[in-house]
Design a protein around this ligand. Structure first.
Ligand SMILES: *[C@@H]1O[C@H](CO)[C@@H](O)[C@H](O)[C@H]1NC(C)=O
Ligand SMILES: *[C@@H]1O[C@H](CO)[C@@H](O)[C@H](O)[C@H]1NC(C)=O
Length: 344
């Protein structure tokens, strides 16, 4: 009888010590719990969610995956308040920069905000590669700049050149109040969907390069841009961490699973058996070298636990496809935004 009581006190004392020692809460270590006050919005209130992420209207029958709330171990994550967010951001702009995982998080945030003020007018425009969702009453712009590598791909006579040291695309980021960057998923692309023919490092043109090395060089180019151009009194910079995929059940102790299809529940507990993708360490090492404040939305582990959160056969191509990379909406990116809200 004595042992459990001692354990209880140990956990209590350790928990308190942890809370007092850290000034800031670690939002990124925790567990998923069912909470029927979630999701934060219904797909029907967000007519602008793209088919790619609209799992329920696409026929996904199970809905428990929409009812999970992220519960950090050492503190509570205050619930998202859309009106408060819009008031704090009044007159300001927020821009996601990156690939389709940025689009996933951008669509999630526009839904979370719109469903908080459903009678407030909005406009949705597109200018080149930038999509702009404006909450007109609040003069808040929530934008997406589609830019899969952050560094440039330039069409030249010899073909399309991925220039790891060039970041001219950054012109679109000037004057934005909050920037949330992301790049990773396109670095491993080969074959017909690889959008470049040569890669340039300094003055050297190569047919190919180690992809993890290329990723690191590009991140350093981006880091140098941040140090040279961001005024931290005016601009908040975030990096959306590596969003994981689920195509190999061995990594969550279910070796027969070859994808995320029919996964209905998260991995229990707060540890993912398969560990972190190697790109996370590369990213963290580069972030450590930046002198300006950049906050990492370290969403990899919490998302790794959500093998149930992907569209699978309820995504863009339906049963013909298998999407275990993007996330259903409502779903996991809502939690990324709930954490973002608490960090802004
Ligand atoms: C929304 O737009 C309509 C039409 O332009 C206008 O009549 C209405 O007053 C606007 N609503 C708000 C809350 O600004
Ligand atoms: C799945 O992960 C296991 C464990 O890391 C690894 O041994 C195996 O090769 C992986 N399978 C595939 C198809 O990548």
């Amino acid at each position: 009888m004595g042992v459990p009581v001692q354990c209880f006190f140990f956990v209590l004392v350790f928990g308190l010590a942890f809370k007092v020692r850290g000034n800031e809460c670690d939002f990124f270590t925790g567990t998923w719990e069912v909470d029927d006050s979630y999701p934060l919005y219904h797909p029907a209130t967000c007519p602008f969610i793209e088919r790619e992420f609209r799992c329920q209207p696409n026929g996904r029958p199970d809905l428990i995956y929409t009812h999970y709330r992220w519960h950090p171990l050492s503190c509570n994550l205050p619930r998202f308040n859309g009106v408060d967010f819009l008031e704090k951001m009044r007159g300001k702009s927020i821009m996601f920069v990156g690939d389709s995982l940025s689009r996933n998080q951008w669509q999630s945030l526009t839904c979370m905000l719109h469903s908080a003020v459903p009678d407030s007018n909005y406009t949705l425009d597109r200018v080149g590669d930038v999509s702009i969702f404006t909450f007109t009453e609040y003069r808040v712009k929530v934008m997406l700049d589609r830019n899969v590598y952050l560094v440039d791909v330039v069409k030249e006579k010899i073909g399309r050149v991925l220039k790891l040291n060039s970041i001219e695309g950054s012109k679109l980021w000037e004057g934005i109040d909050t920037l949330i960057f992301n790049t990773w998923h396109w670095w491993s692309r080969r074959g017909p969907t690889q959008p470049w023919d040569y890669v340039q490092v300094g003055n050297q043109r190569l047919k190919d390069i180690d992809r993890m090395e290329a990723f690191e060089i590009a991140l350093k180019t981006w880091a140098a841009w941040v140090d040279a151009n961001v005024d931290p009194t005016k601009v908040k910079v975030f990096f959306q961490g590596i969003s994981p995929s689920h195509y190999n059940g061995s990594l969550w102790n279910e070796p027969s699973a070859r994808s995320c299809v029919r996964q209905k529940t998260p991995v229990p507990g707060s540890v993912y058996p398969g560990g972190l993708p190697p790109a996370v360490a590369v990213l963290k090492n580069v972030l450590r070298t930046i002198k300006k404040p950049v906050t990492l939305l370290d969403i990899t582990t919490l998302s790794l636990l959500r093998k149930d959160g992907h569209p699978s056969i309820y995504g863009l191509t339906g049963a013909a496809g298998m999407d275990c990379s993007h996330w259903c909406l409502p779903g996991v990116p809502d939690t990324w935004n709930e954490i973002l809200y608490n960090l802004i």
